[in-house]
Design a protein around this ligand. Structure first.
Ligand SMILES: Nc1nc2c(ncn2[C@@H]2O[C@H](COP(=O)(O)OP(=O)(O)O)[C@@H](O)[C@H]2O)c(=O)[nH]1
Ligand SMILES: [Mg+2]
Length: 272
């Protein structure tokens, strides 16, 4: 799929990185790692091994999110091979500036795990964050930079298409749409792509703090109608400022993980 060009209102918006904690990375675990000389036959060095995850449930007994670990484990560029993950994957997609990095940071309680307001033209990658040793949050490259070249748009499309089609552990894609705006043609294409691939879509209506409560239901309805979502597709308003919607999003993540576990065990896809 080729995503169309879209305007971007505030390309130079404050990127919110000041004073941010450094990104935590696991050495040697990147898809883009430089090729090394063939290793002699010996124990793998600690550098090349991702520390074994100690699985922790995502939710406490009372149902509130409990994030103990969030690590950027793999970064894939256009030519990288996708990781063969053994944990379920939840992907996050949306137009640039929709609030995807802010959402990921709010979900895992970090100021700057995912970078906010990446500059246009920056290398686009698919980032795999391992969370609590039980799931990956997969940050897909944002689409719709106004000044993106034709070649860059095609490569994003290929990268996303490849991932959506090849990942075996991907079950749910969270598609983000700004609550203030009618979803764009690109958002509709993205939604259709997810649905055509047989993946579960959950829509997140971002920046809900920017509208009045009284407008909420109307905005959600417009998003639903524009994308053409069936009634059982959740549309969850979310604000990174107030964190409203965070628990509902986690409930969907856990639901998706449970469906994945059933499928892994029985080989039968649960109808959702
Ligand atoms: N008011 C408000 N601003 C937000 C919210 N989420 C993101 N933003 C702002 O929108 C801009 C883009 O956010 P970012 O997370 O970098 O978007 P991304 O490009 O999709 O990763 C930044 O200036 C954020 O501070 C939100 O829920 N409420
Ligand atoms: Mg971002």
């Amino acid at each position: 799929m080729e995503l169309r060009n879209e305007g971007r209102k505030n390309p130079k918006q404050n990127n919110g990185r000041k004073g941010a904690a450094p990104l935590k990375r696991v050495d040697g675990a990147f898809g883009l790692k430089k090729k090394e000389a063939p290793a002699p036959k010996k124990k793998p060095s600690a550098k090349n091994v991702v520390p074994p995850a100690d699985p922790k449930p995502l939710l406490k007994a009372d149902g509130t999110p409990d994030i103990r670990e969030a690590v950027l484990e793999t970064v894939c560029g256009v030519t990288s091979r996708l990781p063969e993950n053994t944990l379920p994957e939840i992907a996050f997609a949306g137009k640039s500036n929709v609030g995807k990095s802010s959402l990921l940071n709010a979900l895992v309680n970090r100021k700057a795990l995912a970078r906010t307001s990446a500059q246009p033209g920056k290398t686009q990658t698919i980032n795999f964050y391992r969370v609590n040793g039980v799931v990956y949050f997969v940050d897909l490259p944002g689409y719709g930079f106004a000044n993106a070249s034709e070649a860059a748009r095609i490569s994003w499309g290929k990268m996303i298409e490849n991932y959506l089609h090849r990942s075996e552990r991907l079950k749910t894609v969270f598609l983000l749409a700004d609550i203030r705006h009618k979803p764009s043609e690109n958002d509709r294409m993205m939604y259709d792509w997810i649905a055509d691939r047989g993946l579960r879509a959950v829509i997140i209506a971002t920046k809900s703090d920017k509208i009045n409560r009284s407008q909420l239901a109307g905005r959600v309805r417009e998003i639903r109608e524009t994308l053409g979502c069936p009634a059982d597709t959740p549309v969850i308003p979310f604000s990174a400022e107030t964190r409203a919607g965070r628990h509902e999003i986690f409930a969907e993540i856990v639901r998706s993980m449970e469906a994945d576990a059933v499928e892994e065990e029985t080989g039968v896809q649960e109808t959702q």
